[in-house]
Ligand binder design. Sequence first.
Ligand SMILES: [Zn+2]
Length: 398
Amino acid sequence: MIFCAKHLVTGDGTTVIGDGAVYVDKEGLIGDVGAAADVKAAHPGEPVTDYGDATILPGLMDMHTHFGYYYSQPDLFNYDDYMLAYYALNEAHRALRRGITTIRDVSSPSGLLKQLRLAGEKGFVTVPRIIHTDTGMCMTGGHGHDDGIVEVDGVDEIRKEIRKQRRDGADWIKVLTSNREPVPEFTQEELDAAADECRRRGIKCAVHAGLQPAIQMCIDAGFTSIEHGTFLTLEQAKQMAEKGIYWTPTITAYTVLYEFCKKAIEEGVDPGNRIAVKAMHDMAFFEPAYNAYKNNFKKFYDTGVTVVAGTDMVLYGAPAYPLNRELALMVEYGITPLQAIQTATENPARMLELEHVVGTLRTGLEADLLAVKGNAAEDIHALDEVLGVFIRGEEVRV
Ligand SMILES: [Zn+2]
């Protein structure tokens, strides 16, 4: 099959092919990428799908999801394990419809993502490629302890929990060490042990750190990625660039929460919505958070720190997996549409060490493709209108 469009964005941050085409072979691999005329001539008789004035790009990669985060649902009492599985599947479909073909889930109820992936492999369900951390871990009473995150204290418990989650199928480890107050949760000794245990076992580790001094402690410990990094400094962004620590800013989550709080304060809030009530209290956090991203994103990007896009949207009723908005905010704050797309294609593929499998349009990679209306290289809002999503060359219909 040959897919053509007026614009082809390869996902490497710079390359655009006008009137381009991708040839996908019988195994679902990309067999050829280039000018449509050349690709068609090289594969005569091959069926062609022409998207016209559209952009073909790699399927998007969302590096911060919680497919099993049901804690903000108003009818929590209905969520037994069965409902949870249906819920997570629905989340997977919502992500696919957005053009997201790979996710890194950084905390969901234990075993849920492992089984969702297995169900996908068995052909029971259609889901994106899944990399997951299982539940993640925080200190006793730390961030997320009431949302299913496992509580651990001290070096031995941390090492043991990492080994346990690895044994039970986690691809990555997630550590959470700050919340809404500028106090660290885990000690430096605990963070060092977590990073060391992961390195020793060859496991990558994502750490939730939004405030000081937690951010610096995590940079010093040396994790694979820092999630949020909301109040990062320029000096710290430089340190991350030097140490090769990835940054998942999750700008949209904080922006939507800020907008939500603002509206809620103006209009009054439904007292049954736990997250909403909490968000009201957290306005003092979300407003400076929103401003921090807005004022600093471009400066930090320019240090060379590798940015990966993630949505982290767990607010009840919020848009599903708004990766399009995450990239649009990056463009609004100063980078180009092609650079923004790279944060959801090549950069995450490199972070996951899947760059030889997915993430760019290159011969030999698996054909995870996305077609969107218009020219995404010029106007990032082209991502708002999805025309087609493919995993390993097969169209996703969910
Ligand atoms: Zn999160």
